[in-house]
Design a protein around this ligand. Structure first.
Ligand code: PEP
Ligand code: MG
Length: 579
């Protein structure tokens, strides 16, 4: 039966392929149909796996070493209780029979249901028991796989696969950089959530906020993902399929044509130069930045180096990563942002470093610079690594989430300490390394002179600026319709920061998602912006817009949009600006 699901388009393009259901990168399982006559054997296979895990846990409990902390025995016993709870031991059996599905799928489906209930619990201790359930389920999955690790789809098939998930964390998404899937769709998430940002960096169509995709789509279903309109068509008829294949090749042709712009100098019609930089998450992204002709890296989100691992990356490891990026950019500027963890970017799935994970409101908690100043050891290690790498190219340091002048002062004092240490040891570094700050908290945008006086450059993080100005959680699809870059309050802050920084002759860039949105290119140019940083996948489309912009026309129209109190009228004027 064919049907359509509507969500939020986060990465453009059209793809046609087969659904591949995943729960998270760690618990990736496929669904397949079990014939009626094999259902009882499937239930028996599930029971056998439960039995094996029961034995494993019993053996563990019997061999707790005497010197082990008392919590260990309690922990193993808790896992035994979870394993025997009817919700995990019985309900999947009913699901296998009713849905004619394999045991792995039934178990993970049930686990996700339980996990959602845990998310609603207020008590932080109880809420964290969700991780225990996941660990028990992982053990059962392993037993079902006969102790082997879970099979990954063969690489040759990946391009035709569309990943369907309830939710993916930014860390899960990062793991997908190793793959070449055809597209992504998820039930939850906002357009500027970090999961969406990483999906966009993969350059493949993606849709979030579909609500019921994971429940309604079956493994292997044929899907059309229209990443331009935010629509997923499930099991489409051949006519529709033909129509979309045509659109898909049309889109691919357009992208191909854009490649011709790679080497062209970036300037508006009157010759005003504009700089287009790339946002990257990991050193491997440099290749793509170079491929589209980025003039520099405007935002290296270093926190991604800290994900999917139990320990912190050492100074040496960080140094190598920063040096690789600087060398790869071959003398072009590279803005290295210091650690911005917290909020939706929890660092370790195993809980090694998860600042703010248990905080009442992580987005307003110990995030980014606040975390770094509370953990000076972690911060200084990173600063030393950046400084050492600065001997190999044009590095710049960018401090995230600034709201107070004293945060800059403390950060600069720690930087001075790191410099002293290196000097003492005779290590080479750029003594005049520029230090900039993200303007992404409304307080910083409103009290800008305080920041301009202390910083060498500023970069507008519009993703957070919108989140904090409009009080909209950027990861929450329930309020995604209220997340509006064209809100007059947002535009007033953005335009004012650009104007004031230009007046003070402090370089200003935009590195939030607004910079990579061709529909907003002329508006930002009209506000006076000359440096845009975005994911490489968007760079050439933005460049095309810049090349066709008449600044004399854009400036007054941008000012009219800024003065508009009627949002509908502002949108009409924007359409006129883009015509
Ligand atoms: C922003 O907030 O706009 C930004 C660029 O930082 P991040 O998306 O990593 O929070
Ligand atoms: Mg931010």
């Amino acid at each position: 039966m064919s049907f359509a699901l509507h969500g939020l388009a986060v990465s453009p393009g059209i793809t046609v392929g087969q659904a591949h259901l995943v729960s998270s990168a760690r618990l990736e399982v496929a669904r397949y149909e079990v014939p009626e006559e094999a259902l009882e054997a499937e239930v028996a296979r599930f029971e056998a796996a439960l039995g094996r895990v029961r034995e494993e846990l019993a053996a563990l409990a019997a061999h707790v070493p005497p010197e082990a902390p008392p919590e260990l025995a309690a922990f193993v016993n808790l896992h035994r209780l979870i394993l025997d709870d009817p919700s995990l031991a019985q309900t999947p059996k009913a699901l296998i029979r009713e849905r004619r599905a394999n045991a792995e799928w039934a178990l993970v489906l049930q686990m996700e249901k339980l996990a959602r209930r845990f998310e609603e619990i207020e008590d932080p201790y109880l809420r964290e028991r969700r991780a225990d359930i996941e660990q028990v389920v992982e053990r059962v999955l392993k037993a079902l796989a006969g102790g082997r690790s879970l099979p990954e789809p063969p690489a040759s098939l990946e391009q035709n696969m569309i990943v369907v998930a309830h939710d993916l964390s930014p860390a899960d998404m990062l793991l997908f950089k190793r793959h070449r899937f055809g597209g992504f769709v998820t039930d939850v998430g906002g357009v500027t959530s970090h999961t969406a940002i990483v999906a966009r960096s993969l350059g493949i169509p993606a849709i979030v906020g579909l609500h019921h995709a994971r429940d309604m789509i079956r493994e292997g279903d044929t899907l059309i993902v229209d990443g331009l309109a935010g629509v997923v068509l499930v099991d489409p008829d051949p006519l529709l399929l033909g129509e979309y294949r045509l659109r898909q090749s049309g889109y691919a042709l357009e992208r191909e044509k854009l490649k011709r712009l790679r080497a062209a100098p970036t300037a508006t019609l009157d010759g005003t130069p504009v700089e287009l930089y790339a946002n990257i998450e990991v050193p491997q992204d440099v290749a793509e930045a170079r491929e589209v002709g980025a003039q520099g890296v405007g935002l290296f989100r270093t926190e991604f180096l800290f994900m999917n691992r139990r320990d912190l990356p050492s100074e040496e490891e960080q140094f190598e990563a920063y040096r690789e990026v600087l060398a790869g950019m071959d003398g072009r500027p590279v803005v290295i942002r210091t650690l911005d963890i917290g909020a939706d970017k929890a660092v370790s799935p195993d809980g090694a470093v998860e600042p703010g994970a248990a905080a009442p409101n992580p987005a307003l908690g110990l995030r980014a610079i606040r975390y770094c100043l509370a953990e000076p050891q972690v911060f200084v290690t990173q600063l030393r690594a950046i400084l050492r790498a600065s001997a190999y190219g044009r590095a710049r340091i960018l401090l995230p989430m600034l709201a107070h002048a004293h945060e800059i002062e403390q950060a600069l004092a720690l930087l001075a300490r790191a410099k002293q240490q290196l000097e003492r040891d005779g290590v080479a570094f750029d003594r005049a390394i520029p230090v900039g700050g993200m303007i992404e908290v409304p307080a910083a945008a409103l009290a800008l002179p305080m920041f301009l006086r202390r910083l060498d450059f500023v970069s507008l993080g519009t993703n957070d600026l919108i989140q904090y100005t409009l009080a909209i959680d950027r990861t929450d699809d329930a309020v995604a319709h209220l997340y509006d870059p064209l809100h007059p309050a947002v535009l007033a802050l953005v335009a004012n920061v650009i104007r004031s920084a230009n007046r003070a002759r402090v370089p200003v860039a935009v590195c939030g998602e607004m910079a990579g949105e061709p529909e907003l290119t002329r508006l930002l140019l009209g506000f006076g912006l000359r440096n845009f940083s975005m994911h490489p996948a968007q760079l050439l489309a933005v460049k095309e817009r810049v090349l066709k912009t008449d600044l004399a026309q854009a400036r007054p129209l941008a000012q009219r949009i800024l003065r508009q109190s009627d949002p509908a009228r502002a949108r009409e004027l924007l359409a006129k600006l883009n015509a």
